[in-house]
Write a protein that binds this ligand. Structure first.
Ligand SMILES: NC(=O)c1ccc[n+]([C@@H]2O[C@H](COP(=O)([O-])OP(=O)(O)OC[C@H]3O[C@@H](n4cnc5c(N)ncnc54)[C@H](OP(=O)(O)O)[C@@H]3O)[C@@H](O)[C@H]2O)c1
Length: 305
C-alpha cells in the first residue's frame, strides 16, 4: 500500500522512501530552520491522494478503534504524543508540513500520515472531511519566532506566531469539533505554554499568541458545556525539542541557551501526561495541567548550575 501511494506522489518522497531519507531529512530540517515552507514540493493533487488514503484507512478500522489526530507530529512533543497514544491503542493521524517525517512515523506506529499546514484552511477542511471518526484532537502545532521588544518586533514573525498558534488551533477546532462530538466522548488537548501565564520582556509575539490560544481553548470548555467533549490545556515550561532552533532560525548556539545549567523536560515527559489525560474515564475533565522542569519556577525564573 505504501509503495503505491509513494509512487503517486513521486520524486522527493520516493527518495525518502528508498534510502535517501537522511539526506531528505537534513534538507527538510534546513529549510524548516530557515522558516521556508515545506509544502512547496507537495501539489494539491498529491495532498488530496493522501487525504483519500487517510479516509480509506480510517474507514477500514474496527468499530472499537478510537482515532486521535495530532497536529505538528513531525517532531518534539507532537511526535512523542503520537507514539504514546498509539501505544495506548489509538489509531493516530499524524499531521505536519514535513510530510516525509510524519509518513515515517505513521509507518512506525501503524497510524496514518496527513499533509497538514494548520494555517491552510483548505488542507484542514480536506483532512477533516477525510476522517470518518475523530475521538481525540491534540492541538500541538505551534512555536515561536525570534525574541525582541515590541518596538523592534518583526511583524512577519508576529504574524507567523499568531497564524500558527492561534488561527491554526482555531481552524482545527472548528473543522473537527462536529466529529469529536459525534464520537460520544471527544477530547481536545491543547498544548499552550507558561508563556500563556506571564507577560515578559522581548517575548510578546509568543506570549500574546499563547495567551490567545489558551483563552480560545478555555472558551470552548464553556461553549460546549453539556456536550460529550472534554477540554484539557497542557502548559509546559522548558522542553528540549526543535522549538528553540525554529525560534532562532537554526542558530544552534542561541537555541541551546535556554536549556543551559538545568535539566529541561523532554518531549516524552509531556507526551506521558497527554496519555494520562486520554486514558481518564469519560466523566473526568482535567482542565489544566502545568508541567515544568524541577529547576524552573516560572517563565522567567529558573535555578541554573
Ligand atoms: N519546547 C518548549 O519548550 C515548549 C514549551 C511550551 C510550549 N511548547 C509548545 O509545544 C508545541 C510543540 O512544540 P515542540 O516543543 O514540540 O517544538 P517542535 O519540535 O519545533 O515541534 C513543533 C511542531 O509544530 C509543527 N508545525 C509548525 N507550524 C505548523 C503548521 N503551520 N502546520 C502544521 N504543523 C506545524 C512542526 O511541524 P512542521 O514544521 O513539519 O510543520 C512541528 O512538528 C508548540 O505549540 C509549542 O509552542 C513548547
Amino acid at each position: 500500500m505504501w509503495g503505491a501511494r509513494w509512487s503517486v506522489i513521486g520524486g522527493a518522497w520516493s527518495e525518502a522512501m528508498f534510502g535517501a531519507q537522511t539526506m531528505a531529512d537534513r534538507r527538510s530540517a534546513r529549510a524548516h530552520a530557515h522558516g521556508a515552507s515545506n509544502l512547496g514540493h507537495m501539489s494539491t493533487s498529491a495532498a488530496n491522494n493522501e487525504y483519500a488514503a487517510a479516509a480509506e484507512a480510517i474507514a477500514a478500522l474496527d468499530e472499537g478503534t478510537k482515532v486521535a489526530v495530532v497536529s505538528g507530529a513531525s517532531s518534539g512533543i507532537g511526535e512523542a504524543t503520537a507514539r504514546t497514544l498509539a501505544e495506548q491503542g489509538f489509531h493516530v493521524v499524524v499531521g505536519a508540513r514535513r510530510f516525509e517525517r510524519v509518513s515515517a512515523l505513521a509507518e512506525e506506529i501503524g497510524g496514518t500520515a496527513a499533509p497538514l499546514d494548520v494555517t491552510n484552511t483548505d488542507q484542514v477542511a480536506a483532512l477533516a472531511e477525510a476522517l470518518g471518526r475523530v475521538d481525540v484532537l491534540v492541538n500541538n502545532a505551534g512555536g515561536a519566532k525570534g525574541q525582541s521588544s515590541i518596538m523592534d518586533a518583526d511583524i512577519e514573525q508576529w504574524r507567523w506566531m499568531w497564524e500558527t498558534n492561534v488561527l491554526g488551533t482555531l481552524h482545527m477546532l472548528r473543522a473537527l469539533m462536529p466529529k469529536l462530538i459525534a464520537s460520544g466522548d471527544g477530547l481536545v488537548v491543547t498544548i499552550t505554554s507558561v508563556a500563556a501565564l506571564e507577560a515578559y520582556d522581548n517575548g510578546s509575539g509568543y506570549t500574546t499568541a499563547k495567551t490567545a490560544e489558551s483563552v480560545l481553548h478555555r472558551t470552548l470548555r464553556g461553549e460546549f458545556l453539556g456536550e460529550p467533549v472534554r477540554f484539557t490545556e497542557i502548559v509546559p515550561g522548558l522542553v528540549e525539542t526543535e522549538f528553540s532552533l525554529v525560534r532562532f532560525e537554526g542558530d544552534a548556539e542561541k537555541a541551546a541557551k535556554p536549556y543551559q545549567g538545568l535539566q529541561p523536560l523532554v518531549a516524552e515527559d509531556v507526551a506521558e501526561v497527554v496519555g494520562f489525560v486520554a486514558s481518564r474515564p469519560a466523566h473526568v475533565n482535567l482542565d489544566r495541567i502545568d508541567i515544568k522542569p524541577r529547576a524552573q519556577h516560572s517563565a522567567q525564573r529558573a535555578y541554573r548550575e
